[in-house]
Design a binder for this molecule. Structure first.
Ligand SMILES: Cc1cc2nc3c(=O)[nH]c(=O)nc-3n(C[C@H](O)[C@H](O)[C@H](O)COP(=O)(O)OP(=O)(O)OC[C@H]3O[C@@H](n4cnc5c(N)ncnc54)[C@H](O)[C@@H]3O)c2cc1C
Length: 600
């Protein structure tokens, strides 16, 4: 395995319909797996009762495995109650896509959630992965990595307590790391009086260890399937910390950033007022053909971590929404991507033997030509699961929710209700004290007549080219001062001339202005008590905004954040002031000094 962020997929042997893990000499579940989940976890932990009592529950699990516990539990909550559920799980050896497909084939007719889970299974990358189902009623956070690291992050980041714990690692004798005293102590730190625990094992050592950290344990009769399992209730007098949706939230800005924040919070029950003097999708989000792919980095930096996480989150979050069309993308070398850099990215993110359906591939020249029609391009990175986004359509779809009101004026904002600033360049005026380094970077893309091509992939390099049926999109200019639109059209055609007919005709053009930060990172996080930001997405709003919304929504809901601590620090709204205090004012076009114009 090449890179520190990649995880090896679990080695699985399929024995008819049963999954077996040779590494641990153990099965994932018995032959009647779905019923077993009910008997060992759902019933003994009282999932239906907890859901009814609290209305919003948090279940945490050790060992995500095939996701069956999650899917069966979600199905129960959806069937029996009107509750919301946040399911948190920790896994060291995630499934490969081919195994997700087998699980889907086996279960999707009975458990339809498997379809969406298999479509957007958490990638083989370390860290937290967030997925949502059923309009946000079911939220899934999966940590890939070491169990103690995951537990430490859970304890540090999640302010809402855990209502039920599922302990489902492989058998204690074969996988002792999942059953250590430290693990039980960490799980107990998240519990409150009444938190339940369930586990398939009946090992006396597990029963004693759970008793020692505060659970009152009992054996659960599992005959005739097996003799018994264990279940328990946390008995220490510790109050429950609930996850509560804010009653009302104001969001400034109705671009994709604001629309996603509004939607995520409305889905959790908040009454959201979105305020934009120009109405929805009037700023940079007026662009009807934006590419959602990742400008990856191979340097292991916080920026690199953030970009890959944002890409995977965006693909899952926006899948199948209005305005979102699957569109494979090939990225070739360009002004900011040398061949050396591109190959280092491939080496960092593509395992030596990539599993089937892997999210990234290295193409050598001939294959680039097959995918894009461009000959002599050198190597390329293929993103088979990228998307093309019609931003106005997507923004309209996101804002179409009973919990969201869109207004052009700001009603008297209640100081006790949170406000989220998503207004792009408007943030310079809204929050002048933050010393935000945001530049206006104008741009244009053009729809032009379509050349004869069989190419199916969009091309990103020096600008971008998106093939279509009767016309194609070429873009985008990067203008520090606005150009004449005719000049911008000529530049867009010129950049893609190798892919266009000599008689190419411009059909229509779209102009907008990006909000670009001096460090090319978005601004995401808390400004003060009830004030949050999610903006400054530059040229990457489609990829960056979904994870930004998840981060803000998590903070307001008391959920663990999807971003790691170092990424959160890198995106912090206060970073500009801190830097200015150390180094003086920023320099560059739009900020007043050194030129970074080669960096879209
Ligand atoms: C030519 C071009 C091509 C692009 N191509 C791509 C691409 O291929 N892929 C990609 O991911 N991204 C692309 N982008 C970038 C993408 O469009 C942006 O990153 C994204 O739209 C930013 O969304 P936003 O919601 O943060 O900002 P915006 O869409 O700009 O929304 C901010 C909103 O805030 C409102 N506002 C301003 N002041 C206030 C105030 N005081 N109170 C309330 N509201 C206020 C504005 O009216 C505006 O509607 C492109 C951009 C351009 C210009």
């Amino acid at each position: 395995m090449r890179s520190p962020e990649l995880l090896m997929p679990a080695e699985i042997e399929w024995r008819d319909t049963q999954c077996y893990a040779p590494r641990f000499g153990d099965i994932y579940a018995s032959a009647d797996a779905q019923a077993e989940v009910e008997r060992v976890f759902v019933e003994p932990c009282g999932v239906s009762q907890l859901s009814t009592r609290y209305g919003r529950i948090t279940i945490a699990e050790l060992g995500f495995g095939t996701g069956l516990n999650f899917v069966v539990t979600a199905a129960r909550v959806l069937r029996d109650t009107t509750a919301h559920m946040h399911f948190i799980s920790i896994e060291g050896h995630p499934l490969a896509q081919s195994d997700w497909e087998r699980m889907r084939a086996q279960y999707h007719s009975r458990l339809p959630l498997y379809d969406r889970l298999a479509d957007h299974a958490p990638p083989l990358l370390r860290g937290w992965h967030r997925r949502e189902f059923c309009g946000g009623r079911i939220v899934l956070s999966v940590f890939h990595g070491d169990v103690l690291d995951g537990l430490a992050e859970l304890a540090a980041g999640q302010s809402a307590g855990v209502d039920a714990w599922y302990l489902d690692g492989f058998a204690p004798a074969r996988n002792p790391d999942m059953w250590s005293a430290e693990v039980f102590a960490a799980a107990a730190r998240t519990a409150h009086e009444g938190t339940t625990v369930g586990t398939f094992t009946s090992a006396g050592s597990v029963r004693r260890a759970l008793s020692a950290v505060g659970f009152e344990m009992q054996r659960v009769d599992q005959r005739p399937h097996k003799r018994e399992s264990l279940a328990g209730v946390f008995k220490k007098a510790r109050p429950r910390r609930a996850s509560v949706a804010p009653v009302a939230v104001t969001v400034l800005g109705a671009g994709i950033g604001g629309a996603l924040v509004a939607r995520d919070l409305a889905q959790q029950g908040a009454a959201v007022t979105v305020v934009d003097p120009d109405g929805p999708a009037a700023g940079a989000s007026r662009i009807p053909a934006a590419i959602m792919h990742a400008r990856l980095l191979a340097d292991g930096s916080a920026t690199a971590e953030y970009r890959v996480a944002a890409y995977h989150h965006a693909g899952a979050r926006l899948a199948a929404m209005n305005g979102v069309t699957p569109q494979p993308v090939v990225q070739i070398c360009g002004p900011n991507l040398s061949e050396n850099k591109l190959r280092r990215i491939a080496a960092r993110y593509i395992p030596e033997e990539p599993p089937e359906g892997y999210w990234l591939a290295l193409l050598e020249g001939g294959a680039v030509a097959t995918h894009t029609g461009l000959t002599d391009a050198g190597p390329g990175l293929l993103f088979p699961c990228a998307n093309l986004i019609d931003l106005p359509t997507l923004v309209t779809a996101l804002l179409d929710h009973t919990g969201i009101e869109v207004r052009r004026d700001l009603p008297g904002a209640h100081p006790e209700h949170p406000m989220v600033v998503c207004n792009g360049l408007g943030a310079l005026e809204t929050l002048p004290d933050l010393g935000l380094e945001l530049a206006h970077v104008h741009g244009q893309l053009d729809r032009v007549s379509m050349p004869q091509t069989t190419a199916a992939s969009a091309l990103v390099g020096n600008g971008y080219f998106v093939p279509g049926e009767r016309s194609c999109i070429v873009g985008a200019t990067y203008e520090y001062a606005p150009w004449d639109p005719g000049r911008a059209t000529a530049a867009n055609i010129e950049k893609n001339i190798q892919l266009l007919d000599s008689g190419v005709r411009p059909l229509s053009r779209y102009r907008a202005t990006r909000a670009v930060t001096s460090d090319r990172l978005p601004i995401i996080g808390q400004v003060s008590d009830n004030l949050w930001m999610a903006t400054g997405f530059g040229s990457m709003g489609t990829t960056a905004a979904p994870l930004a919304a998840a981060e803000v929504c998590s903070a307001l809901m008391g959920w663990l954040p999807p971003l790691s601590a170092r990424v959160r620090q890198a995106l912090d709204p206060h970073r500009f002031r801190a830097r200015q205090q150390r180094r003086g004012p920023a320099k560059g076009p739009g900020y007043g000094g050194h030129d970074r114009r080669a960096e879209p």
